[in-house]
Design a protein around this ligand. Sequence first.
Ligand SMILES: Cc1ncc(COP(=O)(O)O)c(C=O)c1O
Length: 310
Amino acid sequence: MGVLRNRAGTLLSGPERSAMPPPCVSDMLAWVGGSILPLREARIPVNDHGLLYGDSLYEAMRTFRGGLFRLSDHFRRLRTTARGLRIPVEWSDSQLEGWVEDLRRHLPAGEHYIRLLLTRGPGEFSYAPDPLQHPTLMIFGGPFQATPREILEKGLTAVTVGVPRSVPNPRMPGLKTGNLLNSRLAFFEAVERGADEALLLTRSGHLAEGASSNLFLILPGEVLATPSLESEILEGVTRTVLLDLARDMGLVVREEELPAVCLAQAEEAFLSSTTRSVAPLRSIDGRELGCPGPVTRRLMDEFIRLTGGL
Ligand SMILES: Cc1ncc(COP(=O)(O)O)c(C=O)c1O
């Protein structure tokens, strides 16, 4: 594969880099086994099953006004994923929070990006359950830089890609695992086609979500539509917040399996995620959209009212 480029140039340069807010690795610290060190110096054994088998899960969080946003929702999802993967979580929420706060005390003042990564831990080259195996917990953190408002206002371009959304077990959607290859390949495909973002479909051809975000459409009649949890999507923390805000605002909300044809009916669309809050789309598959359209703008304003920022 050649160098990935989009319209603005090489991947991870120009405006698209700033539309991807997690901090640079060189600015990040890692908590591993109680030690805090520059992330680049953090080490784990190469026989960790996270590395050998992609046997891991993670949570990405951020602060607003200095406080971790929806921390308990992230911990709940972490435990749900761990249960789904049968990785024991040996620590209480308050222990986890304590270690996150230890790490944050070493970061510069300001808003922070935090990522928890839990792997099954080092083990044999075998799938056999090993009662002596212990999970490896890592916490990464760095300064959080929100996507500049002008980039959000300009909007992102998205294309539907051929790579399907894939979950390890369709009967257990919503797990935030370290198996991100389909998302990654989907994103590569989008960038190769000159877009900023990929929209993934389920294997049955329904709309699922972005490579690392949830998808919302505004359909005629100010209807806010988003794929339901049965659509193999991740139950995004931001998605839940936005659905609550939308219902409070009196919008008609449709949370259901959405056929791909809905994209052609959308008057507005946006992606949601922890790192980008609400990211309006200015085109999907080359079709221009209102950006940000009036409903998206109202939701952005409500989100800012709730959190203090985007
Ligand atoms: C596949 C996928 N969907 C949705 C989201 C958005 O979830 P959240 O709002 O919890 O960040 C993410 C976030 O990383 C994701 O990876």
